[in-house]
Design a protein around this ligand. Sequence first.
Ligand code: GAR
Length: 192
Amino acid sequence: MPIPRVLGVLISGRGSNLKAIIGAIADGRLNVRIAVVISNRAGAPGLEHAREAGIEALVLNHLDHLTREAYDMTLVKALRDRGVGLVCLAGFMRLLSPGFVDAFPDRIVNIHPSLLPKYPGLQPQRQALDDGATVSGATVHFVNKDLDAGRIVLQDTVPVRPGDTEHDLADRILEVEHRLYPEAIARVLAAG
Ligand code: GAR
């Protein structure tokens, strides 16, 4: 059965990837509707991108829940209530419980600022610099129960330049992410 072309986007902060997805929809590169943007932090600047585009911006604070599982079930209900077919993590800085992953099998994608399987987890740009890498990149992948380990949808490389700070590298990777994420979502939906 084809994946319903309805996205739920989860964020925790700035939301520049969310903005890139909204832009791709607006200019016709991505034929999908965003039903809801959910942040686990009330002050996430990315919520404003949703509001400006007339998309429901919902705050569900993990601190209001006793356990990760309870919080994740709140997320699942909110996404299901809105008919979400594909969940897109866009800088959502929380691990998902097995219950969440089971609720959307092969229907959750994430963007990560490294060439996975290299540098999973926290501070991937720092990891690349510490490793002396000359190339890093960005990856869009399906989310499974293991950290940053699901099937890869798309990835692209980014050079690491001599003297780069973590910030320099993060910014260079972000530019690639903004092109890559909408393209990867389109690919997942087309493959159905
Ligand atoms: C992006 O670089 C994304 O790849 C990364 O957080 C940033 C979010 O930026 N995600 C992870 O590190 C997940 N492990 P944004 O809020 O501006 O989209």
